[in-house]
Design a protein around this ligand. Structure first.
Ligand code: C2E
Ligand code: MG
Ligand code: MG
Ligand code: MG
Length: 267
């Protein structure tokens, strides 16, 4: 029999737990449908040369279809919950398919796809991706892969195999959100990196303090040491663009140059 405060606590805890589990399940079901039914589109944002201000390549950003009943809000939550629900590989494959479709029509410039760290470690995903690239070699000249530095990469050996296989096919890698996580140095050692994308937090901070400018300069030097080119993200003002260029950054991305939107020439 249930009586006394202790039993009540247990009942309350069980109710809370089952409510939490039910919510997570409902979210996973919704996410799976959103992914398999492709209820999203991609928005494209230019990465421009800081010297010539011309688009160098584009980053594809996920834009879930608006849905009043969505149990997630915003892109970041969509991705985080997909990861916790074990759906990140499916999501990344669906995103990649959409990016490839855009890449086939994009004239000349590469399109960057964001991949989850979990995906990068999956031998299954690697096989599928390499089969796709081998069947359609043009894609190796049209794609670029961004891996966020905040990704948890446990099986580094598998991730390295994927990165090396991609590079063998001429597909460049960018370490995204550089400086925002704790793995920056490890990734520079583990992967052969083509681009280092300095996290927007440093771009904003550099306008305000000499110490932060020093940190950006140091990141640029570090990137040079491993032969990588440097991108600065979240550039919103002309002053930030000039400062980044003075500090040796090659490319910029941000609202100053263009918001995420349709790919030009794609209708
Ligand atoms: P990220 O890869 O670092 O993408 C840059 C984010 O900064 C984007 O947010 C973009 O809209 C935003 N942004 C661009 N310019 C500016 C600016 O000048 N000012 C400000 N304040 N923000 C700017 P978004 O689209 O919300 O994406 C957030 C994060 O979600 C991305 O960060 C990326 O880590 C992840 N993500 C987005 N799309 C995908 C995807 O298709 N697959 C995966 N796995 N992750 C994705
Ligand atoms: Mg990115
Ligand atoms: Mg970024
Ligand atoms: Mg970022």
């Amino acid at each position: 029999t249930r009586d006394g405060p202790e039993a009540l606590d247990q009942a309350g805890f069980a109710d809370g737990l089952s409510g939490f589990v039910a919510e997570a399940c409902a979210r996973a079901v919704w996410l799976r449908r959103a992914i398999t039914e492709r209820r999203f589109r991609m928005a494209f944002q230019p990465i421009v040369g800081l010297a010539d201000r011309m688009p160098h390549h584009w980053e594809a950003l996920l834009r879930p279809e608006p849905d009043a009943a969505a149990p997630v809000s915003g892109v970041q939550e969509f991705i985080t919950f997909a990861e916790t629900a074990g759906l990140s590989e499916e999501l990344d494959w669906a995103v990649l398919a959409a990016v490839c479709a855009a890449a086939r029509t994009a004239r000349g410039s590469r399109i960057a796809a964001n991949l989850s760290g979990l995906t990068l470690q999956s031998p299954d995903f690697r096989e599928k991706l390499l089969a796709l690239l081998d069947a359609e070699p043009l894609l190796s000249h049209r794609l670029l892969v961004e891996i966020t530095e905040t990704a948890e990469i446990e099986n580094e050996a598998e991730a390295v195999r994927t990165v090396e296989a991609l590079r063998e096919r001429g597909l460049p890698l960018c370490i995204d959100d550089f400086g925002a996580g704790a793995a920056a140095f490890r990734y520079l050692r583990a992967f052969r990196v083509d681009y280092v994308k300095i996290d927007g937090l440093y771009v904003t901070a550099a306008g305000r303090s000499a110490q932060d400018r020093g940190i950006v300069a140091g990141m640029v030097e570090l990137a040079r040491t491993v032969g990588a080119r440097v991108v600065a993200e979240r550039i919103e003002t002309e002053a930030e663009a000039r400062l980044m260029q003075e500090l040796g950054v090659d490319y910029g991305q941000g609202w100053l140059f263009g918001r995420p939107g349709p790919l030009p020439g794609s209708g």
